[in-house]
Every structure is written in structure tokens, then in C-alpha cells.
Design a protein. Structure first.
Lengths: 483, 511, 95
């Protein structure tokens, strides 16, 4: 029986975080009432002309440099023609033969998958508006707010071999774009979209099989499931003597399958030609170098640094650098108190939990953290100084989140300073042992699990503030000593 | 047959119906002289505008130069202009001057149709840049003039709303596509007008109607707000009685527009104030390919006479060659139609324009709206252009044409190494008869043979009257300049004009 | 070269023009004549000649990333042949 391998290439459309649209001065912001971010230019009235948003071009250069692409000194806008109500000009201004970025690659290391995926190209194009089909029975409604918003199209080579790899690539790419602050990577809101080209071939073969294009995958999970499903479908088809048809298939999340799009009556002849309303896009060395100088440290490099220089385990480094704002937060805390592992734990277990619960991470950058990084650092410092115990620290943290007060203030106000005075602890131990003579006798007779009881009593007697290690030591001593 | 008598009038004529009341006669004024009289308050804008509106009312039944007459707006513009002139605060030399606009210029609040059914009721929400600039200078707009539908044609017969007639002979075409604007100036319905020129659409009607028409260098005037035909060829330009009028309008229109990525940043010279009757040492080139057989003999002789006049004024004349001239029409009709098929794809009846009734699905909405809304010539060009861009044909047609275009440009570059200005007829014949070329699209296309190369090369060119033929029909002289060489063009035209009388000729009034 | 009615139909579909049978026939012969005429361009050797995509070299032209347009819904929708509140309305699109 033949074993098959899957060959997958991904096409990502990332909406750019410019204030205005690609070719006009309308707002590019999401979520406005219908047709309020529209002007004669993006509504394709007669007589209008496009003018290129410089920032969108700069974002494309940033992305290209981050991926190690070649930035084309001259690229060309091209018209791509098709008729659809959400495309007012009946052509999309895109790039065809001369894209702005050529080649490049995305490296990622994700849950055991360590890989480099080459890019074919990156180019700029304008987004289409939205058709709304379910508001009226016999009509569709058109909202052009999104028409003209700048998109970056990122095309990968078919280097991916599994649905899991595809998802990992997407996460890595999204992370890079977020780090660059060119896209907020929100798949659910549609600012980060993905189409997949999937084919199969006998393992070891060099030739590519016929591919199907999969669309309508609206989340990372959908992408993984859709690709998995398509691979299985194609393998079953080919194994039973059938052939894969080159077509577009839509992922149906409700029914868990891909289905062929039959509605396209005409084969697409996009009739590409260079847009005569726009001069060639010239990007000189000076501009490229200026962008390169201002590139932030990218996720892969940052993760490597966290592992090597901070000694964090791979998992921690991965979680902390998945988002730039989280990594920045972590390092801001670290700058105040250098305990990488402890801070990593606090951020991952406590901070990020609250962030997720409160959905603070829905935008590109978290602006309101549950706790300020400096305060988190102070908390860990208090533990390291043995001013408070780890257990008390959790209570302090909760109050920090609730009140916004810094830890030292809370500790002072509530008198939570750890008791480390041996004499005081000793005295408390003596009181507890004195109040429970029979239990002491039982312990000494061999009932060792009563130790926990005594610890609990001592902690109660000291309002939880006794230093646990000292309690253990002294208790052992006192109990160990003979009657 | 003797040539039609040319009237040279003093500026006023007795009204036939109202005894001694003196009436302003726009036919005897030029833009510059009217502006001067406004400034000196010898005339008011209201008087000029009223005269224009009356003239329009009187002549439109036979000429049909206008699609929309905006009388109310014009009167209120005139009143505002008069207020400013009274205070001695004119916005410019155009303040209060009545002008007309080809109906491809978007005018806020005033219907703009491009002479097409598909835009029959379209009222734009904005002014194009050319219109806005003139408005900001106080110009008065009397209305929107007829043209070939979507500026596609050489005779104005492709208008969906009827042809415009040539005031020199009502059975003849005024030329196209900007026929209405040329007639409006020729017939004294206004003092100046705007048109667009993609393959000769200002120059040809200027020649056929005996007025001055200028196509500026590509990029000299903003294209923002004109209904696009062919983006890499379209250019906005003025019609006027004389070169000075054209120069005044050009100065108002020219200059960089941040809304048009193809508009030039080059400085705008003071075109109007630098005109001199002396020619200076002008080097004139005569392209031999533009004097081929098939040309009407009187056209050739008039143009040769004009060249002799230039020589007598001090120009040196030499023959030049534009070897690729005979490929220009073919090149143009591939590039222009390809770009047009793309630019007209937005007319789908969804956001504006005519939507076919009874369309039961989306596809029908598109196809029937466009089928019903577009005329035959427009459909022909959309089909040709779509074909030229379609899969498998791009390299052979559009791709090839763009390369030949480079060869055409190089021809001119070489000619301009030795010359400042090229001279030729504007058209091989004078105005042809209505209906004469309608059955033969190719024959119609060939009317543009002398003007089309200029658009391919992006050069400026001026057409001005240089004679009449045996039927009394005007003959146009074409001057072609270097990129941004409008000053030399206007200078040569002005010198020629001052040495001759052709710009004073007027069509006879019908009895 | 011959232009068939099939080809005319195909191009008309691409251009979204619902031509009548008569128009198809007329256009077939007209296009044939015009294409026959433009075939003269094949006489020219254009090897190595760059295409003129733009008549004027303006250099790159950009806009600052500023929002300058406010909502203008009425102005944009008032010419619409069919609307529903602030949407453009079209016959139902079936995916």
C-alpha cells in the first residue's frame, strides 16, 4: 500500500494597521456603522483616482525585511478584474508580475516542530467590502467600509507537510506581524485570513500532485481541521483510483468537511495589466535601511535570547515571546528584579490567566495589565527577601489585582510580613505543642503524618506569617527532642 | 463657391426685436477682452451671463451643443462675481466669465452624464479638480456640453442624446469627442470651454469649428474628476476664440494635484502674460508622414501657407520624419480600449447610474444594465479592450501596443532634438457630413490619424484656425510641442494668430 | 484572424454585456476588421523595446497616513438605484 505525503502552501491576507485606507483618506478602522468609512474614491465613483498610502508601503517593507525577503527597488501596481458587488471598481488594485517583496522565509519552533518555510512573495493590495447575505430574503446588502483597506498578501512555498505544521507556521507568521505592529492578527475579526493549497503525492515523490484550494477557515483550529480533513479526503480519493480536481473548496465548520464551490460560472480571467493611474512603486536603499534599523527584535531571536541568556526552559520562552506585549511586560518586570524563572512563572500562571479571563489580549497590544510590571517584580523581590512566604504572596497578588496597590503597601497595611524571628516561632511552637500533648505523644510514638497538623496549628497561631522553612526546622527539632 | 463672408464686428449689435437696446454679443468678444471689460466694469458678469444664456436658448434648437444648461447656478455665480468686481476684489482674471464644461467633468449637484444613458440621472457628490480650480477663480458655468458617449468618438454622433451640429454647416459634424464645447465657443454661447483629449478630442473639434483648442502635456492638468476613458492618454484642456484665451484657461487649470498620482509637479509658467507677437528664432519641423495622400487639397495648401507665415515671422523650417506614424491609430485603439474596458467596468448599476429593471439575479443586473446603458461604440470598444487584455492575448495586443508606443515616443524625441515645434494639419479633411462615417468604425477611427500620436507620446498640442475650404468650412493648424513646452506652443500660435485673421472668422447666422 | 460568435460570447461574458444575437454577429465582423487592422503592428520588431506603461515619469507619489474623510453616507447613497437604509442593495448573491 502506498504511503502518501501531504504538500501544503498557505496564502495569508493580513490587514495592515494603517489609520487610513490604501488609496484614499478614509478610516481603515474596523466596526463602524455601514458605509460611514467610504468616500467617492473607495466607492469607485466616476472620475476618482488612487493615491498610495506611504505607511502601508513601509509596513510591507518591514514585513519583507523581517522575513529576509528581497525588497524590489521597483514594483508595480496591477489591476485584477472581476465583477462582484463588494469590489466597486470591478477590479482590485493589487500586484502581479512585480511584487514588492520576493522570497524570504519564516522559521519556527513550535511544540516539537522545528522548521523553515520559504516564501514566494509578499505584496500589497486593497481589500474588498462586505456583502451581507442573511439580512434580507431576496437581496444582499453591500457595505464598503472595508473596501480599500490595505492588505499584505504573503504566499508561502508548498513546504508544509501537515496540518499541524500549517498551524504552527501561521502562529509564527502572525507573531512576527504582531511584533512588527503591522497587523493585529485577529482571525475571528478577519484581520488575518488564510487560504490553503493542499495536494498529496506518494511519499518520496518529487512531483507535485493536483492541488485544491481551501477557503473559509476562520480560526486556527479551523485551519488545522480543514487541512487535515482535506488531506484525508484526497488520500482516500487517490487510493481508490480517483483523481483530485483542481478546484476551490470551502471549509464548512458546521458539517466538518470541505465542499466544492460550484457557483463560479466563469473561469477567472483576471486580465491583469499595470495600473495606469499609479506610477511604479520605487523603494530606495535609504528607505529600506531606515526601516531595517528600526526593526524590533523578532520573536525567534527573542525566544532564543530568553533561553540562552535568561536560562528559561523552551516552553517558558515560547509562551513569553508569543506576543510582543507579553515579552515586553516580562522584561520590564525583569528589569526591576532579576529572577527570570520566578517572574516567568508568575507571568504565565497568574498574569496571563487574568488576561485571558478578561479578554485583555483581544487587541494587538494590552494597555491595561492586571498588575504593573514593576509591582510584579516587587512582589517576587519580597518573596526572595523572605519578607513574605509564597503562600502569602498569592493573597497579596489577588489584592494587588483588586486594588492596584503595590505589594509593599499591602504587606505593611495588612501586617503580612513574614515572621522569621526564631524566638517568636519557637514560642508559637511551644504553645501549640503545649496545647496538644496527646498528639505530641502520638507523633513521637510514630504517627508521622501528624506533622502536617502541627505545621497547620503553628501557621494558624502566627496568622500564616511564620516562615514555613523555619517552622519545619524548629518543629522537627522540638518534636524530635525527647519528651 | 465663394468663401462665406467673414464678419468682424465691434462687440455690439442691434437687437432685431427690441429696437435700440444694445445687446452684448459674445461672438465678438474674446475671453481676454471680456475679462478686461469686466475688470473695467464696462460690462457686468450678469450681462455677459445673460447674453450667454440667451444665445444658448436661441441657438440650441439647431445646434444641440448642451445637455444641461445650469441657468440658475450661472446667474447666482454671476451675481457673486459682480459683487466681488464691484468691490475691486476679483478672484482672478476669470472672475465672472461664462464658460461651458464637457459633460465628462463631474460638477457637484449638477447632472453629469458623459453623454451616456447609463449616467442619465447621475448627480455627482463632488467637483473634479479642474472644475474646482475654475470655480475658485470665479468662473461662471453656463452648462454641460454634449460629447461622444464616454468621450469615445470623433464626431459627437455617439452621444446617447443626439448629435451636435457644426455651426458652419448644420449638416456637418462638429468633430469629437468634445464637439459640444467647441460649438459652444464657436457659436458664441460662452467665452471659453473645457474639453478632454485622448486621441484628438479637443483638437479635432477645434479644427472643424474654427476655434482654438489645446491639449496640454500629459500630467499638466489634473485628471481627478473627469469620467475616465483611457487613463494613460486622457488630458483636460481649454477651448477659446483665441490663443490668449486658451492660455488664460491653461494657467488656471495647470499644476500638481495631490489627488492625481499622474499629475506633474512641474511649475506652472505665466502662460497668459508671456505671449508676444514676435516669434523669435523658432525651429519648426514638418513631419512628412502627416502630409500623405488622401488629404483634402485645401487643407494641405492652407497648412503650407501657415508654415510660410511662420517662416516670414522668423521661423526656420525643416522636414522631419516620424517613421512609426502609420502605426499610431492601431496602437492607440489597443491601448485606449483596453484601459477603457477596465475604467468602465465600474458602471454596473449598483452604486449609481442606470440599473436594468426586472433583472432577476446579480449576473443579469450587471449584464443588462450595461447592455442597455452603453451605446454601440462604447460596447465595441469595451469588447475590443477586453479581448486585448484577455488571457492568451495580452502579449500580442496590449503588450505589443505598449512597445510600439515607445517607438512612437522615440520618433518625437528624435524630431525634437532639432526642432522646437512640429507643424501639421489637425485633420486630413474639414468637417464631414453627419452620418457619413457611422457605418464604418475604422473610417471614423482614421479621422484621428494626425492627432493620435501626440497622446501616445504625452505631448502638448494646439489647434488653431488657419483657413477655410471651398465650402467655407474651417481648417485647423496643429502645433505640437515638447513635454511641458506649452509656452513655446502658445507663443508660436499667438504670433501666427496676430499675423493673420482666421481667429476673427465667425459662422454665418442663419437667416 | 477570424472572430467567431463563440469568442464574442466569451468576451461579452467577461465584460458583463448581455449582447443580442444581432449585436453578437455585428461585433464579430467589426472586431475581426479592427483586429485585422491592428495586426499591422506585427510588422514591427519590438524585441528589447520597453513598454510605455506611463506617459510621464512622476516618480513615486505618496499620501500621508491620515484620516481626512468623515462619513458622507447620504452623498454616496443618493444616486443608488436600490438601497436599504445605509446599504447598497443587490439581488441575492448565492455562494
Amino acid at each position: 500500500m502506498t504511503t502518501f505525503e501531504a504538500v501544503i502552501g498557505l496564502e495569508v491576507h493580513a490587514q495592515l494597521l494603517t489609520r487610513s485606507k490604501l488609496f484614499c483618506a478614509c478610516s481603515a478602522e474596523f466596526g463602524a456603522p455601514p458605509n460611514t468609512h467610504v468616500c467617492p474614491v473607495c466607492a469607485a465613483f466616476p472620475g476618482v483616482l488612487p493615491v498610495t498610502n506611504r505607511q502601508a508601503v513601509e509596513f510591507a517593507i518591514r514585513a519583507g525585511l523581517a522575513a529576509g525577503s528581497t525588497i524590489a527597488p521597483t514594483s508595480r501596481w496591477a489591476r485584477k478584474h472581476y465583477f462582484y458587488p463588494d469590489l466597486p471598481k470591478a477590479y482590485q488594485i493589487s500586484m502581479y508580475e512585480a511584487p514588492i517583496c520576493i522570497g524570504g522565509a519564516v522559521r519556527f519552533s513550535d511544540g516539537g516542530i522545528d522548521k523553515q518555510v520559504r516564501l514566494v512573495r509578499i505584496h500589497l493590495e486593497e481589500d474588498a467590502g462586505k456583502n451581507i447575505h442573511d439580512a434580507q430574503a431576496d437581496a444582499s446588502l453591500v457595505d464598503l467600509n472595508r473596501a480599500g483597506v490595505p492588505l499584505l498578501e504573503i504566499v508561502s512555498e508548498p513546504d508544509l507537510r501537515s496540518a499541524a505544521e500549517a498551524a504552527a507556521y501561521l502562529r509564527a507568521l502572525r507573531s512576527i506581524l504582531q511584533y512588527l505592529e503591522v497587523c493585529d492578527g485577529n482571525m475571528e475579526e478577519g484581520s488575518f485570513r488564510c487560504d490553503a493549497n493542499v495536494s498529496v503525492r506518494p511519499a518520496g515523490s518529487e512531483t507535485l500532485g493536483t492541488r485544491a484550494e481551501i477557503k473559509n477557515m476562520n480560526s486556527f483550529r479551523s485551519v488545522e481541521r480543514a487541512i487535515e480533513h482535506e488531506i484525508v479526503r484526497q488520500i482516500e480519493l487517490v487510493s481508490s483510483g480517483g483523481t483530485v480536481v483542481q478546484e476551490t473548496r470551502l471549509w464548512d465548520a458546521d458539517r466538518d468537511l470541505t465542499r466544492s464551490m460550484r457557483s463560479k460560472e466563469f473561469a477567472h480571467d483576471y486580465r491583469y495589466f499595470p495600473d495606469p493611474d499609479l506610477p511604479p512603486l520605487v523603494v530606495d536603499e535609504r528607505w529600506t535601511e531606515a526601516v531595517r534599523r528600526n526593526l524590533p527584535e523578532l520573536p525567534a531571536a527573542r525566544r532564543a535570547r530568553f533561553e540562552k541568556e535568561l536560562g528559561l526552559p523552551a516552553y517558558d520562552a515560547e509562551v513569553l515571546t508569543a506576543r510582543r506585549d507579553v515579552a515586553d511586560y516580562y522584561e520590564a518586570a525583569l528589569a526591576n528584579h532579576r529572577n527570570p524563572k520566578a517572574l516567568a512563572n508568575w507571568v504565565m500562571e497568574s498574569i496571563l490567566r487574568i488576561v485571558r479571563e478578561r479578554k485583555l489580549d483581544e487587541r494587538l497590544r494590552i494597555t491595561r495589565w492586571p498588575v504593573a510590571p514593576g509591582d510584579l517584580a516587587e512582589l517576587v523581590a519580597l518573596i526572595d527577601e523572605a519578607t513574605i512566604s509564597g503562600k502569602i504572596a498569592k493573597a497579596v497578588f489577588d489584592e494587588m489585582v483588586a486594588t492596584g496597590k503595590p505589594p509593599r503597601t499591602i504587606v505593611a497595611e495588612r501586617g503580612l510580613v513574614q515572621v522569621t524571628d526564631g524566638a517568636a516561632i519557637g514560642a508559637a511552637i511551644d504553645r501549640v505543642l503545649g496545647a496538644n500533648p496527646d498528639k505530641v505523644a502520638e507523633y513521637r510514638a510514630g504517627k508521622e503524618k501528624l506533622f502536617g497538623f502541627f505545621v497547620g496549628q503553628v501557621m494558624k497561631a502566627t496568622e500564616g506569617k511564620a516562615n514555613p522553612q523555619q517552622v519545619n526546622e524548629l518543629l522537627k527539632e522540638r518534636l524530635g527532642a525527647g519528651a | 463657391m465663394p468663401p462665406i463672408a467673414r464678419r468682424i464686428s465691434s462687440g455690439f449689435r442691434r437687437s432685431s426685436s427690441e429696437g435700440d437696446r444694445l445687446k452684448v454679443d459674445l461672438s465678438s468678444l474674446t475671453l481676454a477682452t471680456a475679462a478686461e471689460r469686466l475688470r473695467r466694469r464696462e460690462l457686468s458678469s450678469a450681462e455677459l451671463t445673460e447674453a450667454a444664456l440667451e444665445r444658448i436658448a436661441q441657438t440650441e434648437p439647431r445646434l444641440h451643443a448642451f445637455l444641461t444648461v445650469s441657468a440658475d447656478e450661472a446667474r447666482s455665480q454671476a451675481a457673486a462675481a459682480d459683487a466681488r468686481l464691484a468691490r475691486g476684489e476679483p478672484l482672478s482674471s476669470l472672475d465672472g466669465v461664462p464658460l461651458a464644461l464637457k459633460d465628462v467633468f463631474l460638477t457637484r449637484g449638477v447632472r453629469t452624464t458623459a453623454a451616456s444613458r447609463i449616467l442619465e440621472s447621475f448627480v455627482p457628490p463632488y467637483d473634479g479638480t479642474a472644475v474646482a480650480r475654475l470655480r475658485a477663480r470665479g468662473a461662471v458655468f453656463v452648462g454641460k456640453t454634449n460629447c461622444d458617449e464616454f468621450a469615445m468618438g470623433s464626431s459627437t454622433e455617439n452621444s446617447a442624446f443626439g448629435s451636435t451640429r457644426n455651426p458652419w454647416d448644420l449638416e456637418r459634424v462638429p468633430g469629437g469627442s468634445s464637439g459640444g464645447s467647441a460649438v459652444a465657443v464657436a457659436a458664441g454661447q460662452c467665452l471659453g470651454a473645457l474639453g478632454t483629449d485622448t486621441g484628438g478630442s479637443i483638437r479635432l473639434p477645434a479644427a472643424y469649428c474654427g476655434v482654438v483648442g489645446l491639449k496640454p502635456t500629459y500630467g499638466r492638468v489634473s485628471r481627478y474628476g473627469i469620467v475616465d476613458y483611457a487613463s494613460s492618454l486622457d488630458q483636460v484642456g481649454p477651448f477659446a476664440r483665441d490663443v490668449q484665451g486658451a492660455a488664460i484657461l491653461l494657467e488656471a487649470l495647470a499644476g500638481h494635484d495631490p489627488l492625481d498620482s499622474t499629475s506633474a509637479s512641474a511649475d506652472v509658467p505665466r502662460y497668459a502674460s508671456t505671449l508676444r507677437p514676435e516669434l523669435g528664432a523658432l525651429r519648426v519641423g514638418v513631419p512628412r508622414e502627416y502630409f500623405q495622400e488622401g488629404m483634402q487639397p485645401e487643407v494641405e495648401s492652407s497648412v503650407r501657407e501657415a508654415i510660410a507665415v511662420l517662416e516670414s515671422l522668423g521661423a526656420s523650417v525643416e522636414n522631419v520624419s516620424l517613421p512609426h506614424a502609420r502605426y499610431a491609430v492601431a496602437t492607440y485603439y489597443l491601448i485606449a480600449t483596453a484601459e477603457a474596458s477596465s475604467n468602465l467596468a465600474r458602471y454596473d448599476g449598483i452604486r449609481y447610474g442606470r440599473r436594468a429593471s426586472g433583472a432577476s439575479n446579480l449576473l443579469e443586473t450587471y449584464s443588462r444594465s450595461r447592455e442597455e446603458g452603453f451605446g454601440a461604440e462604447v460596447k465595441r470598444r469595451i469588447m475590443l479592450g477586453t479581448y486585448a487584455l484577455s488571457a492568451g492575448y495580452y502579449d500580442a495586443y496590449y503588450g505589443k501596443a505598449q512597445k510600439v508606443r515607445t517607438l512612437v515616443r522615440r520618433d518625437f524625441e528624435q524630431a525634437f532634438e532639432r526642432c522646437d515645434v512640429l507643424v501639421a494639419p489637425t485633420a486630413p479633411t474639414t468637417a464631414f457630413a453627419l452620418g457619413e462615417k457611422l457605418d464604418d468604425p475604422l473610417a471614423m477611427y482614421l479621422s484621428d490619424v494626425l492627432t493620435i500620436s501626440v497622446n501616445l507620446a504625452g505631448l502638448p498640442a494646439l489647434s488653431l484656425p488657419c483657413g477655410v475650404d471651398g465650402e467655407g468650412l474651417p481648417i485647423g493648424l496643429q502645433l505640437i510641442g515638447k513635454p511641458f513646452g506649452e509656452q513655446a506652443l502658445l507663443g508660436a500660435g499667438y504670433a501666427y494668430e496676430q499675423a493673420t485673421d482666421w481667429h476673427r472668422q465667425r459662422p454665418e447666422e442663419p437667416s | 484572424m477570424k472572430i467567431t460568435r463563440e469568442q464574442v460570447r466569451h468576451v461579452a461574458a467577461l465584460a458583463r454585456l448581455a449582447l443580442s444575437a444581432e449585436e453578437e454577429e455585428t461585433l464579430a465582423s467589426e472586431l475581426e476588421a479592427i483586429l485585422g487592422y491592428v495586426a499591422t503592428l506585427d510588422e514591427l520588431d519590438t524585441e528589447g523595446v520597453p513598454p510605455t506603461a506611463h506617459a510621464l515619469d512622476t516618480g513615486p507619489v505618496f499620501r500621508d497616513d491620515e484620516v481626512r474623510n468623515g462619513p458622507q453616507v447620504e452623498a454616496l447613497l443618493e444616486n443608488a438605484p436600490d438601497r436599504a437604509e445605509n446599504f447598497f442593495r443587490v439581488p441575492k448573491i448565492i455562494e
